[in-house]
Write a protein that binds this ligand. Structure first.
Ligand SMILES: Cc1cc2nc3c(=O)[nH]c(=O)nc-3n(C[C@H](O)[C@H](O)[C@H](O)COP(=O)(O)OP(=O)(O)OC[C@H]3O[C@@H](n4cnc5c(N)ncnc54)[C@H](O)[C@@H]3O)c2cc1C
Length: 480
């Protein structure tokens, strides 16, 4: 009988990146996969728990649907019937003390519809009059990475950064716009800026380009899952197990060592050899794990910093729902509040509204508020009760909600969102190049290729392909 081809690969980290990598590896014939996850459960930032009898996501709550990876994975692991789209996506931004509709046509906060921007009341007349100066500043001719805040501020005036760019990007990265890489935050806009005469023209071209792509895919930009996006991780883990993969939860990897062309994975007192590795943990942990085997790569990735954030989820009596319009609002720091954004979760997701109605006799509405920005984490020093009180006070002041809630939950995400500083793309390339000397290992996850779930899935799959390719090129085809 022929010996089956066996290639043993370890995936370090059971977040959505690691799980997507494991699933992709299992599609390679003759590949055996073990996922090591430090926490008792898989999922990482995809986690849900009950609040007042209703399951609500604690971390990520929606997935980009204009890219195929997230909804595609959901469908592949049996969640197709659970894929849903937001009921409303009309968001507001707090500006000069009032909630105003977020103007349509923003490209990472850069306006493309100046009439709509003026009508929204978000910017002052002075700020609006400053915008066209962009067309007199000469061609941007961007070839090198720049900071989003610095570049947009120079072209369009600081008010656009403070009132639009900051709140929109803070919602994704919790980042400082003056340090955030434009090449990472919006690669299409960055490319367009090498060609167009002004930032306004490049943003307009980027918008019509993405409208064409979105139109070709037809359908809403975002999707969720009935029961919460956290189900994507749990179901992907089920699929990995069903495909023969092993998932070892509660098992932190504390060292990785290159030994005789293979990799030794250390967990406490135990060590096991593998042919290849997908390292899908946050950058600080990845750097620590690779410090001895790949010191230069480890040094590069350890320089990727993270922002800490907190999500406060609140259930209010249903009568408060009349005060909530659209899907929520953003709050720029110039407005002086603690919260940086609020999602009206029961307005946004129909399944959640239904669950909330049926779980309490008088019904309830559920909101998720987020706090914490890179370089300004002072607000997170408050204890949970104080944090919830700050959120209630902000909501009372901005929306007029009564200060009494039915239930509250505070979720802290320490060092959770990677900060893509100017030059991030090149830094990641240097780290990956440094690993060429140690084939069979891939770096994957939010730290490198994008924070969104879809980007993480793509990164995990790319890591899986890279490891298999390395092993084949280096003749590691099989061992009995
Ligand atoms: C509050 C919040 C809201 C978000 N909302 C959205 C959203 O709505 N939509 C969206 O697309 N994205 C959202 N994101 C971003 C997205 O959720 C994350 O970027 C993504 O889930 C990261 O996945 P990952 O697998 O790369 O990393 P992680 O989820 O961090 O997973 C890494 C895993 O590695 C494990 N680990 C760490 N060290 C070790 C070790 N030594 N040994 C073994 N295991 C280890 C960890 O326990 C963890 O489970 C949000 C993020 C946060 C924090």
């Amino acid at each position: 009988m022929a010996t089956p081809v066996v290639r043993e690969i370890a995936v370090i980290g059971g977040g959505i990146t690691g799980l997507a990598a494991a699933q992709a590896l299992l599609e390679e014939p003759g590949t055996v996969v073990t996922v090591f996850e430090a926490d008792p459960d898989v999922g990482g930032k995809l986690r849900a728990s009950e609040l007042a009898g209703v399951t609500v996501d604690e971390g990520a709550e929606s997935m980009l649907a204009v890219r195929p990876e997230a909804t595609g994975l959901a469908a592949a692991v049996g969640l197709r019937p659970s894929i849903v789209h937001p009921v409303t996506q009309t968001a507001a931004v707090l500006s000069h003390g009032r909630l105003r509709p977020l103007p349509p046509g923003l490209v990472s906060g850069v306006p493309t519809d100046l009439r709509a921007l003026a009508a929204s009341g978000v910017m002052s007349t002075r700020g609006l009059l400053r915008l066209p100066l962009d067309q007199c500043l000469g061609r941007p001719r961007l070839t090198q990475d720049v900071s989003v805040g610095e570049f947009v501020g120079r072209r369009l005036g600081r008010e656009v950064v403070d009132r639009l760019v900051e709140p929109l990007l803070a919602g994704v990265y919790a980042g400082d716009p003056d340090q955030l890489s434009l090449k990472m935050a919006n690669p299409s806009l960055f490319r367009q800026l090498a060609r167009d005469d002004s930032l306004l023209a490049a943003a307009a071209a980027t918008r019509s380009g993405s409208a064409v792509t979105a139109g070709a895919r037809r359908g809403p930009a975002f999707a969720g899952l009935r029961g919460g996006v956290a189900r994507l991780a749990a179901k992907t883990a089920d699929a990995v197990r069903a495909g023969g993969g092993i998932i070892r939860t509660g098992t932190a990897v504390d060292r990785l060592r290159r030994v005789r062309q293979r990799w030794e994975v250390h967990t406490g007192d135990a060590a096991r050899e593998f042919d290849g590795l997908v390292v899908a943990v946050p950058a600080a942990q990845a750097g620590a794990l690779l410090r001895t085997s790949a010191p230069f790569a480890a040094m590069q990735i350890a320089a990727i910093d993270y922002a800490s954030v907190a999500v406060v989820t609140l259930a209010y009596p249903s009568e408060e729902g009349a005060k909530l319009e659209g899907s929520g609002f953003l709050v720029p720091p110039v407005e002086g509040y603690s919260i940086k954004g609020v999602t009206y979760a029961t307005n946004k997701w129909e399944w959640l509204a239904r669950d909330a109605r049926s779980s309490s006799p008088r019904g309830m509405v559920i909101l998720r508020a987020s706090l914490g920005r890179y370089g300004d984490a002072a607000v997170l020093e408050h204890d949970d009760a104080e944090l919830a009180e700050l959120v209630r006070a902000d909501l009372a002041s901005i929306v007029g909600l009564a200060p009494r809630t039915l239930a509250e939950r505070v979720t802290r995400w320490d060092h959770a969102l990677p900060q893509y500083r100017v030059g991030h793309v090149e830094l990641v390339q240097r780290a990956r190049d440094a690993l060429l000397d140690a084939p069979g290992v891939a770096l994957a996850g939010a730290a490198y290729d994008g924070v969104g779930i879809a980007s993480c899935i793509a990164s995990g799959r790319q890591g899986a392909r890279k490891v298999v390719r390395d092993l084949i090129e280096n003749g590691v085809q099989a061992h009995a």
